[in-house]
Design a protein around this ligand. Structure first.
Ligand SMILES: [Zn+2]
Length: 257
């Protein structure tokens, strides 16, 4: 697990598993100047989740709110680190969690079994809080923007801390993954929506991989659009055996259309 400050008020922590990212963002409360911090998504391994509160507190981030970009199990583990907090999710994610009860829990169990990971407790979502998207969620005296980001899954929310220039997109615009497509039209619409947000951001954090600056992310965005146009070849730098499997699944999906 590694932590990188991408802004004086934002730290990205990257898991050893799938380079899964989580982002802590803080802002001062206007009433008493006290800092509030939001954690977006989560690392995977139990030891990482155990260490996360102290690591963030040491960096000056006392987390008091949790958000998940989408309902895939690897992004839902925030409460394993902060069990006293409720998990906030966009309304599309709340709907998915409600209509697929137990699926995230089972997928986490299966992934743990495959990788021989022992976890002290099963995934507990508690009573998650559904947030309107598009919309805003307050953090201190600031507001995080919530933008719809569907297509990778049936749900998805991109979170933009515009005052800090930090945009967390969930499982899009990754330097280590090609697009994992569930719905091609929605995926394209999400990339079109993310374009202007990337233009307005300084740092873009993908769900998996490294945080990038605007220009690098715009290049990844162009590569992803080109990839989706013909599914002809994998973007350079992401042509790995694992991404070829993803590519095959994408080809199968579009052949069924
Ligand atoms: Zn993911």
């Amino acid at each position: 697990m590694r932590a990188v400050a991408v802004h004086p008020d934002a730290v990205v922590v990257t898991s050893r598993m799938w380079q899964t990212t989580c982002t802590a963002i803080r802002a001062a409360n206007s009433a008493d100047g006290r800092m509030e911090a939001m954690l977006i998504d989560s690392p995977y391994f139990p030891d990482e989740l155990d260490a996360l509160p102290a690591l963030l507190a040491q960096a000056g981030f006392e987390v008091n709110a949790l958000l998940a970009t989408h309902a895939d199990y690897d992004h839902l583990l925030g409460r394993a680190a902060f069990p006293q907090l409720a998990l906030g999710v966009g309304e599309s994610t709340a709907i998915r969690l409600r209509t697929e009860p137990g699926v995230a829990q089972k997928e986490l169990r299966d992934a743990d079994a495959e990788h021989y990971v022992e976890r002290p407790a099963p995934l507990s979502l508690g009573s998650y809080q559904s947030l309107p998207v598009p919309g805003y969620v307050g953090l201190g005296a600031e507001e995080l923007e919530l933008h719809p980001a569907e297509g990778h899954t049936a749900d998805g929310t991109a979170v933009f801390a515009r005052w800090a220039g930090v945009l967390c997109v969930g499982d899009y615009l990754s330097d280590v993954e090609i697009p994992i497509v569930r719905d091609l039209e929605e995926y394209r619409a999400t990339l079109a929506r993310l374009g202007p947000l990337v233009e307005a951001a300084e740092t873009i954090v993908p769900g998996h991989g490294s945080p990038h600056d605007r220009d690098t992310t715009l290049r990844l965005l162009d590569e992803d659009i080109e990839y989706l146009d013909g599914f002809a070849k994998l973007p350079a730098g992401r042509d790995t055996p694992r991404q070829r499997e993803v590519h095959s699944a994408n080809l199968e999906l579009i052949s069924r259309r």
